[in-house]
Design a protein around this ligand. Sequence first.
Ligand SMILES: *Cc1c(COP(=O)(O)O)cnc(C)c1O
Length: 640
Amino acid sequence: MKIKKQAFEHWSVDDSSDIYGVPNWSCDYFAINGRGELEILATPGDRDSGVPLLDVVNGIKDRGMNMPVLLRVSNILDARIKLLHTSFRKAIKQTKFQGEYKGVFPIKVNQQQQIIEEICRFGEEYHHGLEAGSKAELIAALGTLQDREACLICNGYKDEEFIDLALYACRLGYQCFIVVEMPSEMNLIIERSRALGIKPLIGIRMKLSTRASGQWTESGGDRSVFGLNTSELMAMVDLLRQEGMLDCLRLLHYHIGSQIPNIRDIRAGVLEASRVYVGLVEEGAAMGHLDLGGGLAVDYDGSHTNYHHSRNYTIDEYCVDIIDTVGETLNSKGIAHPTIITESGRATIAYSSILLFNILDATRFEPSSIPDALPPDCNEMTKDLMNILKNMSQKNLQENFHDAIYYRDELRILFKNGRISLRERGLAESVFWHIMVSVIKEVKKLKYVPDEFEGLDKALADIYYGNLSIFQSLPDSWAIKQIFPIMPIHRLNERPTRNAIISDITCDCDGKIEQFVDLHDERQTLPLHELRENEEYYLAAFLVGAYQETLGDLHNLLGDTNVVSINITGERHYEIVQELEGDSVADVLSYVEYNPAALRDRFKQRAERAVREKLITPAERKAIMTAFENGMHGYTYFER
Ligand SMILES: *Cc1c(COP(=O)(O)O)cnc(C)c1O
């Protein structure tokens, strides 16, 4: 009775906002409107500036593109860069810090040309620069960055070619820092700068003893593979002094890892680095720049905690803590304040990309119906199961759960020994699943859920089939169980009556999502709406702008998705700035060394042989070849 009543109770968009945690993770870039549609807000928090994602999806479809689509929203990227700089400026003012702040975007976090170009354009006002970790990234940066007041930081292992390019960049007037990652690079830098007659801007990457907790923070600590330890650092200083080049040592760099959830670790890192900075100045190095690397975390689950998918600080706190710590440490030694550089990738780019996909089908979990009374010749244990079902209550929940599993297992043994019929086994299993459904209903009312019930929710969940490849579009969800907020973008004024996990269209059993955001804990199922006949149901995965695009792979030969970039122009209007068609079947086949034309020719011969053997008519051959060609040039995803 209770469930029926619930279904008729009013459901509001605020309830949807709550269960999907929108206010917690959206940073005010997204909100649900009165019609139950999720909107992108052009101005964070301004509900009058919203454009419904469903309108964008329909607009994309009207223009002839299919789902899945990776949607990039320029306004959000612009807002993120602004936020970073205004927060640092506020902190600098508040603490009377004498230096300035300059950010750089690490290209590895999203290398796509359009992204790097937009970052340079939106960042120009703040002299936002780029960080390159390889020759290819440096070349991309040199061809894109115009602002000569912006920094260009070269990390990564460097050969002569890499160093020469960086030196030429200095000659052209770029603030291009060559960061020494291992001692042997220093000799090469000295040698090449002499040979080319260019004075280098040298940085040194150090290993901090500070180690951050979190999933991606192996880069820090004494055992880190990158950077110089203290004795190596001193050897570098001696070498530069001996070469008369201490004035070229201009920057200290460290990076203790990405997605640092705990502000204490950030503060500890800055403090240690500030002390090292003081030491280098005291040694006579010119310095002037302190580069703190990345690490500024994204609150993926919206819990605002030090859980590894979250962070227990705001951007404002991050900035104040950094500026304050550097300022105080240097003041105590009377040393001039440096330019502060950070290399925030994730926090800059994650919010602006959204993966849109439709649901193709759903498998419902529904135990088949059972008769009111069992056949009289049933086994006693089947009858016991039925009694459990009829006498369920909160009080004997755990006992009933254990008993049901016991009887089910015993009945299976009886079946294997030929003692009960296939029909009775089927009946008993249905009763068993009805018991599990009752158990989960009661469990949901409990404040504290005993461990043994975990996973039951998932076992009883529906499977919704999403038109996407997790390996291509959300690789971290598969590889490191990264959580991304996922939710429907419409029908949010309706109660979601199903609980589901999401499966993709690869035929890999790992191609599924069964971890979703929840304020208190991770949840294993996602509340979703009943599918309707002849009506698409759209979901979106959020905060996917960082790391996912290039890490994605061609599992099952599902290729790059379509990409659409929009700019919201005000008055709830959006324009498409760029559209990139995803891979066709021919594209992905050629990535794995097939020759599409040769494949077609061979298939054509095959069809001709069928004509000869009178298996098909020449007209049928034409129809078959058209289907083959269409498939070859079509999208790799499901098309309706
Ligand atoms: C990966 C990386 C970054 C980016 O870190 P985020 O946590 O994404 O901001 C910055 N600097 C270096 C050296 C890196 O390797």
